[in-house]
Write a protein that binds this ligand. Structure first.
Ligand SMILES: *[C@@H]1O[C@H](CO)[C@@H](O)[C@H](O)[C@H]1NC(C)=O
Ligand SMILES: *[C@@H]1O[C@H](CO)[C@@H](O)[C@H](O)[C@H]1NC(C)=O
Length: 353
């Protein structure tokens, strides 16, 4: 009796050691990125802060969401594309010794309408320079054909001139995740940036399998976080029986979900396989939740109110900004200048524009 229990223990120990060792090896041969929970939960706060509509509080990093793990962030550029209702920023997180770029998700009056639209998005344009890679024009143009891209690239260049070749983290939620992906690719392919890492939350699919393959070659360290039954990562739909025609996610998904054993429920962060469409991750459940879409790691990923696109700021901020002919707005600070304080802005006038 004692002897057989001993044997079972030995077998289990061997199995455990063996499987640990094997997992380690697979990770390295497939270049699965190392998933860093701490870093990801810092970045989700940036993806949340970019939803703040008071530009003065956001630019001076004094908003309610601009605290805790992101304290000390130095904003360099804040851009609001009024025509297309987009918002993004670039700054430097000294704690991370990195540039952080964040894109806001959709700010339409109804997120339900936006989600319904996602069912019908076509793969309708070729990604330049990547044969057979197709993407959806709306996601592509939101980054490439608006006032967002020139403002972002200009700010990254200024940050690099001042801080040197530091890491660049690109993040965003929902539609902002799609824009973060195009931005990361743009930095690598067109701007010859080196240390770029993309982390997105609840992003939709943006291209076909060929695009996903190119994408993961250029940005192998991308983390695409999905949450429970969040509907958006399920869209536009994936048709596995039409492999040439369907949308296809790029790797590496990290699926947040709860595992329950009777009254014991605990959260799991599952690092998924290198296919981009791991059937044992978010695809294993139905995407039927909007609630799961707007909160990741306990952090709100939406505006405090759904509002139409308008600019909210103090007159003081106007001195740092410029507006183009279409009403799009950019606020900038040179990295070498002191961080702008809220009280110096308010002193210049506190009427809302
Ligand atoms: C994870 O990221 C945090 C924050 O950037 C960093 O301090 C930590 O060293 C990282 N951990 C690993 C294992 O790389
Ligand atoms: C880019 O946007 C402008 C308007 O903002 C539009 O007229 C033009 O057709 C767009 N270009 C492409 C290639 O879609």
């Amino acid at each position: 009796m004692e002897r057989s229990r001993w044997l079972i223990l030995v077998i289990f120990t061997c199995l455990f050691v063996f499987s640990e060792g094997r997992e380690f090896k697979v990770k390295h041969t497939h270049h699965t990125p190392v998933y860093n929970h701490t870093l990801t939960t810092i970045l989700v706060h940036y993806a949340s802060a970019v939803y703040v509509s008071d530009l003065t509080e956001l630019f001076s990093w004094t908003c309610e969401r601009c605290d805790g793990v992101t304290e000390g962030f130095q904003m360099i550029e804040l851009v609001v594309d009024i025509q297309n209702c987009l918002q993004a920023f670039v700054g430097v997180a000294e704690d991370l010794n990195s540039i952080v770029i964040a894109f806001r998700g959709t700010q339409e009056n109804s997120i339900q309408n936006w989600i319904e639209d996602l069912f019908w998005k076509q793969l309708d344009i070729d990604y330049p320079g990547m044969p057979d890679a197709m993407v959806h024009h709306g996601f592509y143009h939101a980054y490439h054909n608006t006032s967002i891209r020139p403002a972002i690239l200009n700010a990254v260049k200024r940050a690099q001139d001042y801080y040197g070749d530091i890491n660049i983290y690109v993040t965003g939620h929902s539609m902002g995740g799609a824009m973060a992906a195009f931005c990361g690719l743009d930095l690598i392919v067109n701007c010859k940036a080196q240390k770029v890492q993309v982390t997105t939350f609840g992003q939709p699919r943006i291209g076909n399998a060929v695009f996903a393959t190119y994408y993961s070659k250029f940005l192998p360290n991308t983390i695409r976080v999905t949450n429970g039954h969040d509907i958006v990562p399920h869209l536009p739909p994936y048709y596995y029986y039409f492999p040439q025609k369907t949308y296809h996610h790029y790797p590496t998904e990290v699926w947040l979900h709860n595992v329950g054993l009777e009254s014991l429920i605990y959260p799991v962060e599952k690092v998924c396989d290198s296919s981009g469409e791991d059937p044992t991750c978010s695809r294993s459940v139905s995407g039927n939740s909007v609630i799961d879409h707007v909160n990741y790691f306990g952090v709100d990923l939406k505006g405090s109110a759904w509002r139409s696109c308008r600019i909210v700021m103090d007159h003081g901020l106007v001195d740092y900004g410029r507006t183009d002919a279409e009403g799009n707005f950019v606020v900038s600070r040179e990295p070498a200048t002191p961080v702008i304080k809220l009280n110096t802005l308010s002193a210049a006038g506190d009427n809302h524009v």
